[in-house]
Design a protein around this ligand. Structure first.
Ligand SMILES: [Mn+2]
Length: 329
């Protein structure tokens, strides 16, 4: 367990670096991609040699961002010139993927900038704000202290990060400060209409097939307090879906009236089941439930990767949620 550092300490360290790598978590969401690009392009603007790495490909949905093609898979070993590995939006090294985790272990110096309250402070220097709505919200004041001008491409990447991590500025994490930050990014040149059209109004046909599958086959539990859907390998193959197509499924069922917890169970090829959890009740902290099974995340949005058969894993996790619901009743 490392120590927490001040923004000023992090800035002084970053200012003296010449070659850095910015890395974020696998299966990247908007905050992972936007924070990687926003920080990466800002450090480039300061004249640094910058690598940007994410273990899985940048999702199609975020490919419009300027600089998105600069984000590549991390190399197996750290290039010799890289003085520091900066991890963004990543609560623990294993979320970077196997390659990223080994890079954290071997890098001469690491910096961890994040907003997961479960962050393990795994880096040499750590700047973690567990109450921040997105990692990008931690980055903007950092970039200000670094005196990097917010260009339109940098602002757009950071805007996508904040927009997606707050559910389009809808979650309770959307404080006055978050709205002010959004306003600043728009002032810096974000084309709000264009960004939102690309993020939310350009869904591929496969996404519609997936949505209809989920709506037709979702299950209710505990009198509708829990809504869940399971995707087996066989079913995914029948539907001709890639893994990436299943990412935001939990948001489709989360909106059911009366539901307090929504889950997606997804059978993986390697004998694991991937579970996405969402809570709609602050009294039900799904990251605490996820932690019982080696997972983590935020109180209202968490994930688990658990070994076992789909039906058994589902039974075990649903039982844990019923227990929590029962304790609150
Ligand atoms: Mn995030």
């Amino acid at each position: 367990m490392g120590t927490s550092n001040t923004r000023q300490e992090i800035v002084q360290t970053i200012a003296n670096l010449h070659e850095v790598a910015v890395i974020s978590h696998m299966r990247p969401d908007g905050d992972a991609v936007g924070s990687t690009l926003g920080l990466g392009m800002a450090l480039q603007a300061l004249g640094k040699n910058v690598h940007m790495w994410i273990e899985d490909a940048v999702p199609e949905r975020f490919a419009f961002l300027e600089g998105a093609q600069l984000v590549t898979n991390p190399p197996k070993t750290l290039p010799s010139g890289v003085e520091c590995l900066i991890c963004v939006d990543c609560g623990e090294p294993k979320r970077l993927g196997d390659v990223g985790r080994s890079l954290v272990e071997t890098a001469p110096f690491t910096i961890n900038i994040d907003h997961h309250e479960t962050n393990t402070l795994y880096a040499t220097m750590n700047l973690v704000q567990g109450n921040a709505a997105a990692c990008a919200c931690v980055l903007v004041p950092l970039l200000d202290t670094l005196a990097v001008p917010l260009t339109a491409p940098i602002a757009t990447a950071l805007y996508v990060a904040v927009n997606t991590d707050t559910g389009s500025f809808q979650f309770s994490s959307t404080t006055p400060e978050v709205m002010c930050l959004g306003a600043r990014l728009i002032e810096a040149g974000v084309d709000v209409g264009d960004v939102n059209r690309r993020l939310y109004q350009e869904l591929p046909l496969t996404s519609f097939r997936m949505q209809s599958e989920v709506l037709n086959n979702m299950m209710l539990d505990s009198g509708g307090l829990i809504v869940h859907y399971s995707l087996s390998i066989a079913r995914r193959q029948d539907l001709h879906l890639q893994l990436q197509d299943t990412k935001d499924l939990v948001d489709i069922i989360r909106v059911l009236r009366g539901a307090k917890v929504a889950l997606i169970f997804e059978e993986l090829e390697d004998g694991f089941v991937r579970i996405s959890l969402r809570s709609k009740d602050p009294a039900i902290r799904v990251n605490d439930i996820a932690a019982q099974f080696g997972g983590g995340g935020h109180p209202m949005a968490a994930g688990i990767r658990m070994r076992g058969r789909l039906t058994e894993v589902r039974h075990t996790v649903l039982q844990a949620i019923r227990t929590v619901l029962h304790s609150l009743a």
